[in-house]
Design a protein around this ligand. Structure first.
Ligand code: HEC
Ligand code: HEC
Length: 339
């Protein structure tokens, strides 16, 4: 009887101690909300929401070389003045570093030119996802009156004047120059524009010393603030649509709403797609200012602050913003030089 009583007594004491410990822990968690949200320190344990870019992608290199020539050839535009590279300069992260691009006859575009780096990993092409493949995407700039303003018969006619093109197409496609073959060559070149081996990818592959302490803290905040909800996967983007301005009307506050601001609504006509955009990739992001579909953020600092406020409904102190930017700078990969 006495022994049973002692045992119960002991059990009660243990339960009491456990309960106290638990409530203490709970109080600690509540006192440090930021730390709790940031999650455990980074270890690159292989369960991250971001995957590295493959180191090698097998491609027909002869097509890549022909595609590169076409990508850089102004004959693809009506006035022989604008090539794909005019707006997607590989020495500038695959962009033109302008808020809006300039096409033939000095005409201004309506939306910011995204990079062409790593585009084969995007689930759709264009800010509003209206093209499903790289090949389909090419139809856009070729025909847009304010970009290249041309047509396939015109382009094919011009390229046929060049014996080098005639023999290159003949060799690779066993046929005459055609729209489909031009698109195939350019798209193959674009597939070669992947940027592996960034320091962050080295870190993901297990080299924990590839990042500094601050960069790891930046990644921790990138996850802790919730950026990964939208910027994730191989590209930290490029795999879903999201509304721009979840917690506030960025476009209204900016003013002068344009058709381009409507985003995916222009494709589907559905009310719920108003202001929806493909989440952009953050790979090589420090090379491609200005930011957003309207080019309205001139610096990464501004872009990240807008994201914290309008996409996450939060405020962040400057130290956290700076750490996140340090992390973003580790996403610059090796741009493969194609002969
Ligand atoms: C006059 C400037 C200009 C020219 C020339 C141009 N582009 Fe673009 N490119 C843009 C703009 C602006 C966009 C964004 C358009 C949109 O999303 O509605 C874009 C989008 C793209 C995209 C999709 C990017 C993404 O993340 O969705 C690819 C790929 C691309 N261009 C490749 C090319 C190729 C290949 C050529 C040549 C055949 C070309 N561009 C010519 C300005 C240009
Ligand atoms: C709810 C989804 C969502 C969240 C959360 C989010 N983003 Fe974005 N992000 C987007 C969308 C959509 C765009 C494109 C906006 C536009 O231009 O229309 C974007 C654009 C950007 C850009 C500009 C990219 C470019 O090429 O112009 C940067 C940089 C960026 N986000 C970083 C971040 C960071 C850092 C965080 C966390 C603090 C974050 N984002 C959180 C959806 C999100």
């Amino acid at each position: 009887m006495n022994r049973v009583f002692k045992q119960r007594h002991l059990l009660l004491i243990i339960l009491f101690v456990l309960a106290s410990l638990l409530s203490l822990k709970w109080a600690q968690i509540n006192e440090q909300p930021v730390i709790a949200q940031l999650g455990p320190p980074i270890s690159a344990a292989g369960d991250e929401p971001i995957e590295p870019i493959p180191m090698q992608i097998p491609l027909n290199m002869e097509k890549v070389v022909l595609g590169k020539q076409l990508f850089n050839d102004p004959k693809l535009s009506k006035t022989n003045t604008i090539s794909c590279a005019s707006c997607h300069d590989l020495t500038m992260g695959g962009t033109d570093r302008k808020a809006l691009s300039v096409g033939i006859d000095g005409q201004l575009g309506t939306i910011n030119a995204p990079t062409v780096l790593n585009n084969s990993f995007h689930f759709k092409q264009f800010w509003d996802g209206r093209a499903s493949s790289l090949e389909e995407q090419i139809e856009g700039p070729i025909h847009a009156p304010n970009e290249m303003g041309s047509s396939w018969p015109e382009i094919v006619e011009k390229l046929r004047q060049s014996p080098e093109y005639v023999s290159a197409f003949d060799k690779l496609y066993e046929q005459d120059i055609s729209a489909d073959h031009i698109k195939d060559a350019i798209a193959t070149f674009e597939r070669a524009l992947y940027t592996p081996n960034s320091r962050f990818d080295q870190f993901l592959r297990g080299n924990t010393s590839a990042l500094t302490k601050e960069e790891k803290e930046g990644y921790r905040r990138f996850k802790g603030y919730g950026c990964v909800a939208c910027h994730q996967g191989v590209l930290l983007g490029g795999n879903m649509y999201q509304k721009f301005g979840v917690f506030g009307d960025y476009i209204k506050e900016r003013g002068n709403e344009t058709k381009a601001d409507l985003g995916r609504y222009n494709v589907t006509g559905k009310e719920e797609d108003r202001y929806m955009f493909k989440v952009p990739s953050l790979r090589n992001i420090s090379l491609t200012a200005p930011y957003f579909h309207d080019g309205s953020a001139e610096t990464l600092d501004k872009a990240v602050k807008v994201m914290v406020n309008y996409q996450l409904g939060r405020e962040a102190d400057q130290k956290d913003i700076d750490l996140i930017i340090q992390f973003l700078k580790t996403l610059n990969g090796e741009i493969k030089e194609v002969a």
